[in-house]
Design a binder for this molecule. Structure first.
Ligand code: SAM
Length: 419
């Protein structure tokens, strides 16, 4: 998997297709700039809590196309200029072609300046950063060990030549490393009998290093995943390994090697514990829908209604904003918030509880007023809108599933859906 994703000819070693019509999959930063803006509000709250230091690090690991960095910085320039002046961005990227893409993205927005720099993933020094470390869909892209439980024994699934024909197949044998058994011993569980599962030792090592590199501030880890008892529950018989190519989902990593992305869900119990071993305090694990709502997604929907956009642009923006929090899609991503040196800090993204009915009906202009520090001098926050050329999902006129998305959201926020 390491070779298929990051080795010569591997998916991320060549130019992976992120965002845009021909992309293999889309992520929240690719979908709408409101994601970067809302995350920016959370990051700036950490800066405030640290006493507004004159230099504040925003370190993003696995930045993909650079869209999140661009949109967070654009938001800051409009709505939080003091924060923007203090923030120094470091992009930690393993893929050389993606580093080039990130430079092009930032250059296109006039943001390729002295406030941003790049680093290769490295063991990293201790306590280097006063600020926020971010990773959006990094951990689900790391190579994993595949395991299976047979007659109560933990086995590893290896890739081997297929003796019955051309190509590759999986064979099961004793684990390659004692670390796999130790992983489940630490959790006090084992996947169910006959189940396949993934173990992401690299993600745990990453979380330990990321925690160690933080002097004071927050680590925000966003990814598809569950707490361990849910991820390794007996009903999950085939594990969570998936492949993506041209937005098509697959489950066979042994085909189209190097041409498709391979992902697996994250065990947030082990990731949280790794950060805690590094001295971080875990403040919460919340789904992205709730997180973005708490930070003001609804406010952007309200502003969009008032923005007088042409119908097609309005549709495309509204669809993307709703999709960011879609319960069956990006909204199900989990956000883990951990801090160091911030006693009593209450991240806006974690609370309060459920908001009012959501999304607002067309024409409704109510909604919560902007929070302090979230509005510019005109009183209203700046409204991030889709960039020219940014991927657009079909709007409600073309999208069969749109009515469902709208009603799903209403149900979600009013708590009326049936379990
Ligand atoms: C699934 S993409 C997510 C991109 C982006 N965060 C987004 O949400 O659109 C995974 C990213 O992590 C990068 N990556 C993989 N392993 C890495 C590592 N060890 N350190 C830093 N970046 C890494 C990939 O090259 C890619 O940019």
């Amino acid at each position: 998997m390491e070779a298929a994703l990051y080795g010569p000819g591997g998916y991320y070693a060549e130019r992976p297709s992120l965002g845009g019509a021909g992309a293999d999959y889309f992520t929240a930063p690719e979908l709408h700039p409101a994601f970067g803006a809302l995350l920016g509000r959370q990051v700036a709250q950490v800066w405030e809590a640290l006493g507004r230091p004159s230099r504040f690090d925003v370190v993003e690991h696995g930045p993909g196309s650079g869209a999140l960095c661009r949109d967070l910085r654009l938001w800051a320039a409009h709505d939080a200029p003091d924060f923007a002046a203090a923030a120094r961005y470091t992009l930690v990227e393993r893929s050389t072609p993606l580093q080039e893409t990130q430079r092009a993205t930032l250059a296109g927005a006039g943001l390729l300046d002295g406030r941003v720099g790049w680093e290769a993933p490295a063991p990293g020094g201790k306590g280097r950063y006063l600020g926020v470390i971010l990773a959006n869909e990094l951990l689900d892209a790391l190579p994993v060990h595949l395991v299976a439980v047979r007659e109560g024994r933990l086995l590893e699934r290896y890739v081997a030549p297929d003796e019955t024909g051309p190509g590759l197949t999986f064979v099961e044998a004793a684990p390659s490393t004692r670390a796999l058994a130790a992983y489940f011993e630490a959790l006090g569980l084992l996947p169910g009998e006959g189940c396949r599962a993934e173990v992401n030792l690299g993600a745990v090592a990453w979380a330990e290093q990321a925690a160690a590199s933080l002097e004071r501030g927050a680590l925000l880890t966003l990814d598809y995943g569950y707490p361990a008892p849910e991820l390794y529950a007996p009903h999950r018989r085939h594990g969570t390994l998936l492949t993506y190519r041209g937005h098509a989902l697959g489950s066979d990593p042994l085909v189209r090697i190097g041409e498709q992305d391979i992902t697996s869900h994250v065990d947030f119990t082990s990731i949280a514990r790794a950060g805690e071993r590094g001295g971080l305090e875990t403040l919460g694990l919340v789904d992205q829908a709730t997180f973005l709502h708490n930070l003001g997604l609804r406010q952007y929907l309200r502003l969009l209604e008032q923005a007088g956009q042409p119908a097609q642009d309005y549709d495309a923006n509204r669809r993307a904003l709703l999709e960011l929090a879609s319960r069956d899609g990006l909204g199900a991503i989990k956000v883990l918030i951990q801090t160091r040196g911030l006693p009593g800090f209450q991240p806006t993204g974690l609370g309060p509880s459920k908001g009012p009915p959501y999304p607002p009906k067309i024409g409704e202009v109510g909604g919560a007023p902007p929070r302090a520090g979230q509005a510019n001098s005109t009183g209203d926050p700046w409204l991030p809108l889709l960039h020219p050329g940014q991927m657009r999902l079909p709007g409600p006129l073309e999208a069969e599933g749109f009515a469902d998305l709208e009603s799903q959201w209403h149900d979600f926020w009013t708590g009326e859906e049936e379990e």
